[in-house]
Design a protein around this ligand. Structure first.
Ligand code: SF4
Length: 61
């Protein structure tokens, strides 16, 4: 599986707590303040949950 999930920060309004942090089964998503989320590539399995979860389409394979 392609584990290289891209975070498109310009798609994120960066004005809220990222709920994808709780959706990720690996705890691989981090956020500083309300900034765009980041993915810890060492934890990410590429499952794609975040891709389907974020309504802004921030996560992309
Ligand atoms: S692809 Fe899966 S494991 Fe990787 S950041 Fe998204 S939800 Fe987490």
């Amino acid at each position: 599986m392609n584990r290289n999930i891209e975070v498109r920060g310009d798609y994120c309004p960066q004005n809220h707590y990222c709920p994808a942090i709780w959706a990720c089964p690996q705890g691989a998503i981090k956020q500083t303040g309300y900034s765009a989320p980041e993915i810890d590539k060492n934890k990410c399995t590429g499952c794609g949950v975040c891709i389907n979860f974020c309504p802004y389409g921030v996560f992309k394979r």
